[in-house]
Write a protein that binds this ligand. Sequence first.
Ligand code: AMP
Ligand code: MG
Length: 282
Amino acid sequence: MGWSGPAADALRVAPGFDLADLDTRSTPGWRGKKRAGRDATAARGRELADLQEKLYAHGRTGGDRSVLLVLQGMDTAGKGGVVRTVLGMVDPQGVALTAFGVPTPEEAAQHYLWRIRRALPAPGTLGVFDRSHYEDVLVVRVEGLVPVETWEPRFEEINAFEREVVESGTTIVKVLLAISPEEQAHRLRRRLERPHKHWKYVPEDIDARERWRDYQQAYQEVLDRTSTEHAPWHVVPADRKWFSRLAVTELVGRALEGLDLDWPVTEVDVESELARLEASEV
Ligand code: AMP
Ligand code: MG
């Protein structure tokens, strides 16, 4: 049981990857069932807490590294649950969550990357984007909110932007949570059947669902054109929530480990401070 190799290897988008062929109930790279998956998520979470504290300490002592998790997926794909799982296991002090919805009038008046730049994680921070700049080549394209001449050049622009972000010290972890249309129908039905979940539902969810194929094509092009060496995409099958939560926890854990940070060495003379403490009279 456990990961048969690095999760990133099993989930990273390889050349020729076809989203239409993905089994959204599969668990690539993971050998084991739900129970073991949940246990592994909790165990990894305890390590994550330590790794994130190291990152925070690094930032507080002048370091420039950070990690940014970018989550994309259709409605009900489980972005919120993944955020809850991953961020629920670390110190809130060192994290920055931003959910990107329909641009506000202020945002709409600016370049589409304006609100993204403002939300980039500060040094020492684990940032999470619930939706992102990719909406500007997804919903914007499918709903025809801007003409093709406007969104087409954005793929290259996004690659260049992300390169700049990576070069400034941020590791970017891009994750597409992929569900099947059947699973989405099931989740939307449950949402509608339970009054305490009605707040999550908007009629536009069905409008988007009706354009499922268009969205899949738009997502495919995102994967084809923006899965770069510096910021590759990972596709996580998300019909099984326990797996998507496990997989993203693992990917973030690996990214934090990859920073290879040590605890900062203090400039304080610890021995003499201890002596001062002992001698201090209150
Ligand atoms: P939710 O994630 O369920 O809160 O929904 C947020 C909504 O905002 C989704 O329907 C997105 O498609 C929409 N959205 C996010 N970014 C943009 C954007 N740049 N332009 C238009 N709609 C967007
Ligand atoms: Mg929604």
